[in-house]
Design a protein around this ligand. Sequence first.
Ligand code: SF4
Length: 319
Amino acid sequence: MKQIYTYGNYLKKKFNSKVYKVGINISGFTCPNIDGTIAKGGCTFCENDSFSASTGKTQNLKGFYLNLDSKENPNLDKQLQQLEVQFNTISKKQADEYNAQKFIVYFQSFTNTYAPFSTLKALYDKALSFDNVIGLSIGTRSDCITEETFDYLCELNKDKEIWIEFGIQSVYDKTLEKINRGHSSDNVKEWILKSKKRGLHICGHLIFGLPDESKEMMLETSKQAYEWGIDSVKYHPLYVVKKTALANDFIKGNFTPISEEDYLDVLIESIKIKPSNVSVQRVTAGINDDSLLSPLWCKDKNIQIKKINNALKPFGLKY
Ligand code: SF4
């Protein structure tokens, strides 16, 4: 059996040690697709206050928002403190339980370039100052990076490993409109090509099972994302959580989630056409709590991984 090239394999080879991502969730951040700057309410599947990083204990800073028109950020000290507490808690656990030796700080929830530059710089610099941190991974939208922030990330990338994670989701604008994504596929392509040109590392997020998409459309999205030059990929099935616009569509019978069988089918095909240098960071997603409305096969990730491995077996592959 040949192991699929994973992000862990990539990091191990490059840094000759066990590198773990430390997921961070900083209070006060939001998304321009939620707050009305681009759209209100966000992507139809996004439960806007459901982001909970696997963060350990954090201070509760809910209830404040960054003032994006001001260079002053009265909550910056609290955010920096929160970053430190989360990093220490999670990295210690990863070191104790998995023998993690080095870390990439992953700013994961909402849009992590959506803040005044001075705030972003302070957070990125602080994260890079922690012991054994070799880089950053920044989850964001392609329509939400200023040139100033972009240049700074390129500068940091000279000495550190800087990743940007872009939500590609689909290359079909019709689909992006249906999910209220707020940007076009061309915009994502432009920023991926631009980031690659400057040497940044790119992870692309793909969703299978978006409204009215056929298997051919999902595979076309994979194909184009690979062609744009992404370095790493995260595959997700679209699942429905309560209190979202997608939940309303589902309840009214206007949206049917992808079946487990169809997800496995498109996932395996997508992996098969993936260039060998693109590492895989995630092959599925799910949520094991009451907020999941459908499909229920998304509840247990371990069972999903087992089934994915069974489906990969005939092709001599394993995850
Ligand atoms: S871009 Fe991300 S955070 Fe913003 S609405 Fe969409 S899923 Fe939610």
